[in-house]
Design a protein. Sequence first.
Lengths: 253, 253
Amino acid sequence: MTAEHAPARWKAVVSYDGTNYGGWQVQPGRITVQGKLEDAVEQLTRKRVRVHCSGRTDTGVHARGQVVHMDLDTRIKPHGMIEGLNRYLPDDIRVESARIMPSTFDARFSATGKEYRYFIWNGPVLPAWARLYRAHVRKPLDIAAMRDAASVLTGRHDFSSFCANPGHERDPVRTVNRITVSRRGPDITIRVDGEGFLYKMVRSLAGYLIRVGQGDLPVSSAHAFLQSRERTARVPTAPAKGLFLWRVRYGRR
Amino acid sequence: MTAEHAPARWKAVVSYDGTNYGGWQVQPGRITVQGKLEDAVEQLTRKRVRVHCSGRTDTGVHARGQVVHMDLDTRIKPHGMIEGLNRYLPDDIRVESARIMPSTFDARFSATGKEYRYFIWNGPVLPAWARLYRAHVRKPLDIAAMRDAASVLTGRHDFSSFCANPGHERDPVRTVNRITVSRRGPDITIRVDGEGFLYKMVRSLAGYLIRVGQGDLPVSSAHAFLQSRERTARVPTAPAKGLFLWRVRYGRR
């Protein structure tokens, strides 16, 4: 290695269809997004490096704008990095953009916020073309009730009741900037924007809001669940396939 | 068979993801949408009948609203038909609705019009989640030019230049009621509404409009191609995966 080619810190925005992956993180015996990306980097640059993400996604969860970083000693230009990695990646993982950043940039620790979107098909039959990217809810959802409950959940709270491993987080307090629920025909989208999230928190919020929308839980339960700080079976984790990591924000908090 | 259970003519609206099928029509050695539907009908009703569609779709083409008919001697109610067929169908084929019609109803011959939609991703990288349902066009498309060419193609014309088997159609004249081209960011949609279509006509129109949008052909070529009534390599057939049979119209012409 010469001074001219010291490793540079690369940032890349990556989309993936989580259907065929055992989540983000490399694990023995599993095909993972991280593994596929590290393989592609090795094929392109002949170097095996670790690819770090803004936050792991679980099995079956999708990403429109996952952000990753990695250190690479290469003369490849950003355009060549995008084209090159996509040549070696399967078409359900795509590098959307890539650039060199200051070495202090960290996909996870530099992030100041994230937006997730949860997609629901609210109708009797889940159409063929929507099957991979929507949770299916047959019973008509009461959007107004979902919005009311969402507004109670917005803000800085202890989200232990909406976390899949309560008690295992050192600090279960998180700030949710905004939750919106929108409908276009049978297509319902829950947008959740926050500074950070607990384990399976977005799917728990979605699962909870679906129950409220179905009339299984009253809007008043939102406050009660926040207070209880205890996960119960009344807050289900909504299916992975409805969830997209939509974008990661960097910059001023 | 008793008089009470004479076969009834059923109409069903079906969606499918064409990715994993060799098109609509039953063919030896191929997995087809028609074959899967006839299998499901047989599993549900213990009867093997022919399922007729409004118009065959090619390998890889999708449908949001294909319409089919079939004759069935069964006591099953519409709701049970939908639920029952979907139980036996793979999840990339869905029966969206089903009802009993007068015996004169024919999915193909009663149709008075059809709408197809052709979806294009116009950007440098085709996102992972769009890969199955969009054609990918890297070069920025000139939507205004595409619209101008589309307006020339609208109306009643001899579409031999936009047909994959010119000379094999008894009557190559068709009426296209409307072609619209819309853009939302990198997502471009071509909607084609007509009374009927020649073989691969919509994909040929889409392929042609893409070439116009890329600046490879001038808008004036639209009139020239209609006049020539001859298919040339300058009119490509756009990829199957971008095409959806969107809806079939019945009723007054």
